[in-house]
Design a protein around this ligand. Structure first.
Ligand code: ATP
Ligand code: MG
Length: 346
């Protein structure tokens, strides 16, 4: 006889997508309950670090903190840059997702999505931080596998599927078949590099320093992966003039931003071409039928699908809700026993 599981006694099962830009938490039986920026604001006073804000509230402080307070993104380049701070951030998000602390709000299993390119050392660091945040069992799932499950690709069947997850720190390209990765590759290019390229372009061509929040907004509004025939849409941006030191504003065009993003886009296209070249022929045949599926926030960059289609000749599809695919897929893998095998005990 099978007893119903009582979450109040055994704890909840959590899936965590600890992204460089956004962290999402999926709770078994409930769905995604938390989706916040991976940012933490810390105050340093007399050598003691104190958390001022985490997530949404901390992101509002990025680039605007008062003296003594720093808003930090502990995962900046796709890896944990500061393990101590990352651990505090994970702990905060896990507690918030569970609705408090205490016995009734315990995490039982936590499954974490890890970039397929993460080294053993990085995997261990992320696992330890999660265990310290209060999980009794930590499992790992490869990020592209989670993305593919979350996007609804047929990963349990013997057909090849190509998924490209474009996050803030990395772009992961994987060919999946029969619950496994037939190929995986990762390049350290994503939304952050695009924002940096926009900042550098505007500094170089207009002598204007802009902040990263402004650069990200420019990318969302007029960012395109291919150049328009004319100047395209226009947008006003504000920052600090490097010559006069004064606040200043300029107008930039879609064509200029496409130029700024060219290198990042080329690297993403290159990573996909690389994956196609290394895919076993039977799976290549499937990919002709199934096409390429894009996940991650970078999938929303204007005309990226077209750029990839032009380069590969393949059909390109953007997943529904690309920003939540990894968390959804990791949660599904944990909830649904038929996905057993895609999780590894850490
Ligand atoms: N409409 C849009 N156009 C272009 N980029 C976008 C858009 N919406 C979101 N993004 C970008 O997507 C990125 C965040 O995506 P996502 O949440 O998938 O990253 P992440 O999972 O935190 O990072 P990683 O997987 O590399 O650790 C940000 O750089 C954000 O600016
Ligand atoms: Mg991600």
């Amino acid at each position: 006889m099978k007893f119903p599981r009582l979450p109040g006694l055994t704890g909840y099962d959590l899936a965590v997508d600890l992204g460089t830009v956004n962290t999402l938490v999926h709770v078994g039986g409930k769905g995604i309950v938390l989706n916040e920026p991976s940012v933490i604001a810390i105050e340093l006073r007399n050598g003691v670090r104190k958390i001022k804000a985490v997530g949404d509230e901390a992101k509002l402080m990025l680039g605007k903190t008062p003296e003594g307070v720093r808003a930090i993104r502990p995962l900046r380049d796709g890896v944990i840059a500061d393990i101590d701070i990352a651990e505090q951030m994970i702990r905060h998000f896990v507690e918030k997702a569970l609705g408090g602390v205490g016995l009734r709000h315990r995490a039982n299993k936590i499954v974490l999505a890890v970039p397929s390119g993460a080294t053993m050392v990085e995997r261990r660091a992320i696992r330890d931080a999660t265990a310290a945040a209060g999980a009794s069992e930590v499992h790992l799932i490869e990020e592209p596998m989670a993305a593919a499950i979350g996007a609804g690709l047929p990963v349990k069947e013997p057909v090849g599927a190509l998924v490209v997850d474009i996050g803030g720190g990395t772009t992961e390209v994987a060919v999946l078949s029969l619950r496994g990765l037939a190929y995986s590759g990762s390049v350290r290019v994503g939304g952050d590099k695009m924002d940096e390229a926009i900042m550098a372009h505007i500094r170089r061509h207009h002598n204007l320093m802009i902040g990263e929040i402004t650069a990200e907004r420019v990318k969302h509004v007029i960012g395109r992966a291919t150049r328009p025939d004319d100047a395209g849409e226009r947008m006003t941006v504000k920052g600090r003039d490097l010559m006069t030191g004064r606040p200043s504003e300029i107008e930039i065009t879609e064509a200029q931003i496409a130029e700024a993003l060219r290198e990042s886009v080329a690297q993403i296209v290159g990573a996909v071409m690389n994956a196609l070249e290394q895919t076993p022929p039977e799976l290549s045949a499937d990919i002709i039928d199934e096409g390429i599926t894009l996940t991650g926030g970078g999938a929303l960059l204007g005309r990226l699908g077209e750029a990839l289609h032009d380069a590969t000749g393949l059909h390109v599809k953007i997943a529904d809700n690309p920003l939540i695919c990894v968390a959804l897929g990791a949660g599904t893998a944990l909830d649904d026993e038929s996905f057993a095998g895609v999780l590894t005990r850490a």
